[in-house]
Design a protein around this ligand. Structure first.
Ligand code: ATP
Ligand code: MG
Length: 400
């Protein structure tokens, strides 16, 4: 539906399942185009719920909550890949839902996701499905050392255990509650990268440039997007692979595929996210359209045009850790460190050229919690990198 369309005397409303930071940035993009928004998330303080016209505070499977969302919204998307696929299926019977529940269901289960990727002609890490003790015993030696990952509901490295040898396998599985898992061979990584595409209902696919990602402790720490960040041959391959995966799902919406670049230069898929992705947050300040703008367009059935990156960019994730350890300056840290409400020195960070601060409005900072991100743009990759290093020093983020 066109922006500005009135429904019962009010602007058309776009809905989102999940009220995290991705939902918040979707809401901002939808509102900028004149839509009203509705968020379904049980948390009264959810980042997206706080900024939406409507906030339905129920569980994702609550029938009344889903009915209210459908009643309010012309179309509905999701911001969080663990929104139960059955809830999207219910919504999809009555409203336009993108991505569709079947695509989300595939991305929610690691083994099914890997099988889809392989079907699209793209390699994944060698792995085995572990649902029974017999399957655990039958694991091939070549998968060790490996990483045992729960088949469902993992994020930010949660639900994962590194397994150096076969001897640790049983205790690792017990530690994860013996839920269905995938054991993946530990691969020698030269780098990690990701690609975000948007695909319309008519099958047109557009893409952002390839993002080079640095993870620390299983959580994305830094994304760099500029000429030289990724070898052009690999970048092309990653974009083609992502488009093939989206095509194979008949996907509508924004999709991110994460890749490993192996020591030998080979590209394999790690996983996909059926939504905008943390590694695409730089698009808010470095591209002429953000990943959230494209999410709005795909949901509202508006045309897609190829987005253009106008500035080299680096994104630093701002984790809750920074609120406890403000700055690398020991004097500052001793002054602020014990106060959980103390903020990092934003005034100093924002004095650096080309810095764009995004905070998600979360009320408490916990270690590892994503509180916001800092985008840095500039004229040259060298200049952006130089500013990023200064920001890291001020914030106490390890340089890269
Ligand atoms: P996300 O928050 O991206 O959904 P997740 O919890 O699903 O994360 P993964 O993406 O599976 O976790 O893994 C997190 C990180 O751990 C990867 O980005 C990579 O750095 C490392 N890792 C995961 N699997 C492997 C592997 N098979 N070999 C080497 N490193 C790996
Ligand atoms: Mg990941």
């Amino acid at each position: 539906m066109q922006p500005g369309t009135l429904v019962n005397g009010q602007p058309a409303t776009l809905g989102v399942m999940g009220g995290g930071q991705l939902g918040r940035m979707f809401v901002h993009a939808a509102q900028a185009m004149g839509y009203y928004t509705a968020v379904l998330d049980p948390d009264p303080a959810s980042p997206a719920g706080r900024v939406s016209h409507h906030h339905i505070q129920t569980d994702y499977l609550d029938e009344q909550g889903l009915a209210q969302l459908m009643q309010r919204c012309a179309a509905i998307t999701t911001e969080f890949e663990n929104v139960p696929a059955p809830a999207l299926f219910t919504l999809g019977a009555h409203r336009f839902v993108a991505p569709a529940s079947d695509a989300v269901a595939i991305a929610q289960t690691r083994a099914v996701e890997k099988a889809h990727v392989v079907k699209c002609g793209v390699p994944v890490a060698p792995h085995a499905v572990i649902e029974t003790a017999a399957q655990l015993d039958a694991v091939a030696d070549e998968l060790l050392p490996g990483i045992l990952k729960t088949a469902r509901l993992g994020y930010d490295g949660k639900g994962q255990v590194r397994v150096p040898t076969r001897a640790e396998l049983a205790s690792a599985w017990a530690g994860l509650g013996q839920v269905p898992c995938v054991l993946e061979k530990m691969l020698p990584l030269q780098a990690e990268c990701s690609v975000i595409v948007a695909r319309s209902g008519g099958g047109k696919t557009v893409n952002f440039p390839v993002q080079r990602n640095l993870h620390r402790g299983g959580i994305l720490a830094v994304t760099e997007v500029h000429a030289g960040a990724i070898e052009p041959r690999l970048a092309l391959q990653a974009i083609e692979a992502t488009k093939a995966i989206a095509e194979g799902l008949h996907y509508v919406g924004v999709l991110c595929v994460e890749f490993f670049v192996l020591a030998g230069g080979q590209l394999v898929v790690n996983e996909m996210a059926p939504r905008p992705h943390n590694s695409g947050h730089y698009t808010l300040d470095a591209c002429d359209q953000s990943q959230f703008d494209l999410q709005v367009r795909t949901l509202a059935g508006l045309p897609l045009t190829q987005p253009r990156q106008h500035s080299p960019a680096i994104m630093l994730n701002l984790l809750g850790d920074l609120w406890q350890e403000s700055g690398s300056d020991p004097d500052l840290r001793s002054k602020l460190g014990s106060d959980p409400n103390s903020c990092p020195p934003w005034d100093q960070v924002l004095a650096l050229p080309g810095t764009h601060l995004h905070l998600y409005g979360k009320l408490s900072a916990r270690k590892g919690r994503k509180m916001g991100h800092l985008n840095i743009t500039g004229d040259t990759p060298e200049g952006v990198r130089d500013t990023a290093m200064q920001a890291c020093a001020l914030l106490g983020i390890e340089p890269f």
